[in-house]
Design a protein around this ligand. Structure first.
Ligand SMILES: Cc1ncc(COP(=O)(O)O)c(C=O)c1O
Ligand code: FES
Length: 511
């Protein structure tokens, strides 16, 4: 049974505003129960287990929309079905057909969301867990003298336990932060500055394909006199263990290598790195923002000493994260935020209970549903990858085996990435990380893999998440195929390729 009283306010909050497809009727909202019946989305009402929901999750938009229309009385003419094939007329009249379909959407409709690495939608069950801590239960969890403080503290500690359980840690080793950016700053600068004070070590090893917040933290430390080694990666995106071993020196304080890359999804050899670092008595930090909750993580098996986690990548709230800091052997670090000494003195400031509790619930759900989510996401990923790679001149970026399936990065040769993104406006996609998406520079991650500027420019990241549906993938596949073909037809280079000209043999005149 649902644990929530069915009053009007709750009903309103439970209304789902998610749109399943670009062509869904505008302003859809529904309660979880009607939603699961009509739109195939997993219910967050507790009596519905994910297993029971499987049958509806895979239902098609077409069927969903018929049911929705019958239920809401929306006339068929008002609700367009997603077209899974282009009409001959549209193909004949490209500008009027193909791009129009991409850019002109009914008022209120939103693109299909396929950018799960940038952020994930908050799971309604997470929001449910958070709400009481924004209203009645508003105590400061650090207040020790009354029940308001005690009840909030209890819930915050329960959340801490859920996060610890997800990564095989002790709850005392979880420090709440504002996100993975802060956790990365805290780990890298904190360990480095501790060692600098003790005058012992002044060297850090990281990797060229890390997230900007890791690279930038290292650059700041360089200004403070630290030496940094930026390890290269192989063409599959993985580091070479020999390179790491060679780079470790007696002065090395920390190795920071991410678990899952946010642009290409490759999973670095965590256990091997951890084993090597432990044997050399070097602390091992990992940015696991894209890994925790998605793949099994055990900080002890991996010999990880510090780990950065983000709540909004696991269907939890934005502006929330955690840092795992090992207690045995104890990791020493200087705090970057000082004050009242909360969070073991490592991160002062009053906690935001609702955010902590939301992150805890998100972690609990990830653990409980990881097997189920992984199966679904892997199946959708396979379908997408197989479909896209069956097109001419497309290639997968990153190692095909050691890759988190929810992150699919594909290069479409002879198509300019920005043009393709513009032609795919009905799908929310990105060519790389959200924080660098405003820049027209080719991705530094793909460049580190050895991609040419052109190839990096023509790459798109497809991020599949918990709420992505089979019908959405069908739509995306068809749309990408049609629009890539359309853009290629406009490209003079493509024409030459079709004529059998090897572009590498052409000497371009300089003007
Ligand atoms: C690998 C990686 N590290 C760090 C971050 C930053 O996380 P947050 O938004 O929680 O600060 C992100 C998200 O953009 C990420 O993908
Ligand atoms: S509209 Fe909420 S998922 Fe159906």
């Amino acid at each position: 049974m649902s644990h929530l009283a069915p009053n009007a306010a709750r009903q309103a909050l439970r209304q789902c505003t998610r749109r399943l497809s670009v062509n869904s009727p505008s302003l859809i909202s529904c309660t979880p129960r009607t939603c699961i019946a009509t739109h195939g989305r997993r219910s967050y009402v507790s009596e519905s287990s994910p297993k029971n929901a499987t049958v509806t999750v895979e239902s098609t938009i077409r069927k969903d929309q018929k049911a929705f229309m019958a239920e809401t009385g929306i006339a068929a003419k008002d609700a367009k079905m997603p077209t899974t094939g282009m009409s001959a007329d549209a193909m004949m009249s490209p500008a009027a057909g193909i791009l129009k379909q991409a850019t002109i959407m009914d008022e209120g409709t939103r693109p299909i969301y396929l950018d799960a690495q940038a952020t994930t939608p908050t799971d309604p069950r997470v929001l449910d867990a958070m709400l009481p801590y924004y209203t009645g239960m508003y105590g400061n969890p650090h207040s020790r003298t009354h029940a308001y403080g005690w009840e909030t503290d209890k819930a915050v500690e329960q959340a801490r336990k859920h996060i610890a359980d997800l990564i095989g840690a002790d709850p005392k080793e979880i420090i709440f932060t504002s996100g993975a950016t802060e956790s990365n700053n805290m780990s890298i600068k904190g360990v480095a500055r501790f060692f600098k004070r003790s005058g012992k070590k002044n060297h850090i090893i990281t990797c060229q394909t890390e997230h900007k917040c890791v690279l930038d933290s290292c650059r700041h430390l360089q200004d403070e006199g630290f030496q940094i080694t930026y390890l290269p990666v192989q063409s599959n995106g993985l580091i070479r263990m020999e390179d790491l071993e060679k780079a470790i020196r007696p002065e090395t304080a920390l190795v920071s290598i991410m678990t899952v890359n946010n642009e290409i999804g490759v999973v670095q050899p965590m256990e091997e790195i951890g084993k090597l670092c432990r044997s050399k008595k070097v602390f091992f930090h990992t940015d696991a923002a894209q890994a925790v909750g998605k793949i099994p993580i055990d900080v002890n098996k991996m010999n990880v000493d510090l780990m950065s986690i983000s709540a909004h990548k696991i269907y939890g709230p934005n502006g929330m994260g955690a840092c795992y800091v090992r207690r045995r052997p104890r990791v020493r670090l200087d705090p970057i935020i000082s004050g009242g000494g909360q969070e073991r003195g490592l991160r002062s400031g009053t906690l935001a209970p609702a955010l902590c509790i939301g992150m805890g619930e998100a972690a609990r759900l990830c653990k409980e549903e990881m097997e189920y989510d992984t199966k679904r996401i892997a199946a959708l990923s396979k379908k997408l990858k197989d479909g896209l790679l069956a097109m001419e001149h497309t290639s997968l970026n990153g190692d095909a085996e050691r890759q988190y399936p929810g992150c699919v990065n594909i290069s479409f040769a002879y198509v300019e990435g920005e043009s393709l993104l513009m032609a795919l406006k009905d799908i929310a996609l990105s060519s790389g990380s959200a924080c660098t998406s405003a820049s027209l520079e080719p991705s530094y991650v793909l460049r580190a893999l050895g991609s040419s500027d052109e190839s990096a420019h023509s790459s798109i990241r497809f991020g599949i998440g918990r709420f992505t549906t089979d019908a959405e993938i069908d739509y995306v596949l068809e749309a990408v195929k049609t629009r890539v073909n359309f853009l290629r037809e406009l490209s003079p280079l493509w024409e030459l390729v079709q004529e059998g000209v090897d572009l590498n043999t052409i000497e371009w005149s300089q003007h």
